[in-house]
Design a binder for this molecule. Structure first.
Ligand code: URA
Length: 245
């Protein structure tokens, strides 16, 4: 591991002073984990069928991006400034999937460039990863106005494009950032605190075999919940072990 990157991560997480010569767990007892809000199944309708057809007709990532940019079936497109498609290395075999662009992503057209993205960069640097070593994208390519929670309908309309993106990328591993990405890709309504930290399989229609997926906490949640950082760090170590095995 890069010791400097690990130290930088500790600094970013507020560990900026040595208080004792032996480590002490300041976090026990932990508060009960936050459960993700259970949602009903993701709905399918005519507009969703159109989204699947459009997405599946894209033969390349560029084409997929163009199809998505032209897709007028999702209301989020009307209020967003930019389409936020993806960033990073499409050939890396690792895809990180977040939820939806925030204000800075909407302005720049790039995923995870705001405060959550900065935390994510620091966390990933601590295990030797940067954007040349993975691709990063979101369930939704448009910012929901005021960062409101997207509806199930909006997720259903955007999911075909993400699924097609995964088919074109053929990743070996995906890291699912947060409850929404985990639920949209695995179909489970269990809380992220139960699902995180264990590899699972995601069926991607169009790929010959399921993809290994690791759910973990969303960096925005980590910015609000110091106690969850310990588990997030464990998840990253598991990711690193898997990638180097
Ligand atoms: N949060 C996300 O889930 N995605 C982004 O791109 C930025 C913040």
């Amino acid at each position: 591991m890069d010791a400097c990157a690990a130290l930088r991560l500790h600094l970013a997480w507020g560990v900026d002073e040595a208080l004792a010569t032996t480590p002490r767990d300041q976090l026990t007892p932990l508060p009960p984990p936050l459960e993700a809000v259970a949602r009903p199944g993701i709905p399918e309708d005519g507009a969703t069928a159109r989204a699947w057809k459009l997405a599946n007709s894209a033969a390349t990532r560029d084409e997929l991006r163009r199809r998505l940019a032209d897709f007028d079936g999702c209301v989020l497109r009307a209020t967003a400034t930019n389409l936020v498609f993806a960033d990073g290395n499409p050939d890396a075999g690792l895809v990180l999937i977040g939820e939806a662009p925030g204000a800075e992503e909407d302005r720049s057209g790039l995923p995870f460039v705001g405060p959550s993205g900065q935390l994510l960069d620091t966390m990933l640097a601590s295990i030797g990863l940067d954007r040349r070593k993975f691709l990063i994208t979101n369930i939704l390519p448009w910012r929901p106005p005021g960062n409101r929670t997207p509806t199930d309908q909006e997720i259903a309309l955007c999911l075909p494009f993400l699924i097609r993106h995964l088919v074109l990328l053929r990743p070996r591993y995906v890291l699912l950032l947060g409850a929404m990405a985990t639920r949209a890709l695995t179909g489970t309504t269990q809380g992220i605190s139960r699902l995180r930290g264990r590899w699972t399989k995601v069926d991607v229609p169009g790929l010959p075999a399921p993809v290994a997926a690791l759910p973990t906490y969303h960096p925005a949640y980590l910015l609000r919940t110091a106690a969850a950082k310990r588990d997030a760090w464990r998840d990253l170590l598991l990711l690193r072990r898997t990638l180097s095995s």
